[in-house]
Design a protein around this ligand. Structure first.
Ligand SMILES: [Fe+2]
Ligand SMILES: [Fe+2]
Length: 162
């Protein structure tokens, strides 16, 4: 059994991961509307990944014999002023999620819930990667400036995400 404080935080994190999936799907739809199929593909993949993150925590709660508590997911932003604004939003969102994960790691450690701490270690590493990925795209977009051809090259490149 997981202590209530940790269980509540884990259930809240499931919601945050599903919100991330929703946010990235909204970003994908935005790119679809701009005919940027590569960016749309990248965000769609990202959305799927966030669903798997939610399920990792879900499975952990189930394995510990506790109750998953699903709550309503807020509506994500639907419009941005530029491609760069979308990726800046994604980067800032990932930083916020990293903070949430770190808070649960600290709480799990304080409560001596080593199983939760070990499970969350995967997320700690994943967040480093996700922040770096989003930031790399922001930096490329900044370098690209107003170039339409550069944007299409990046769109093509991101469309190759496996
Ligand atoms: Fe995630
Ligand atoms: Fe993420």
């Amino acid at each position: 059994m997981i202590k209530k404080k940790i269980l509540d935080a884990l259930n809240k994190q499931i919601n945050a991961e599903l919100y991330s999936a929703y946010l990235y799907l909204s970003m994908s739809a935005y790119f679809e509307s701009k005919n940027l199929k590569g960016f749309a593909h990248w965000m769609r993949k990202q959305s799927k990944e966030e669903q798997t993150h939610a399920m990792k925590i879900y499975d952990h709660i189930v394995e510990r014999g506790d109750l998953v508590n699903l709550t309503s997911i807020g509506a994500p932003t639907a419009d941005w002023k530029s491609v760069q604004a979308v990726f800046e939003h994604a980067y800032n969102h990932e930083r916020k999620v990293t903070g949430m994960i770190h808070d649960i790691v600290e709480a799990a450690r304080a409560e001596k819930d080593y199983a939760t701490e070990a499970m969350l270690q995967w997320f700690v590493n994943e967040q480093v990667e996700e922040e770096a990925q989003a930031d790399e795209i922001v930096q490329k977009l900044k370098m690209n400036g107003e170039s339409k051809s550069g944007l299409l090259v990046l769109d093509h490149h991101l469309g190759k995400r496996e």
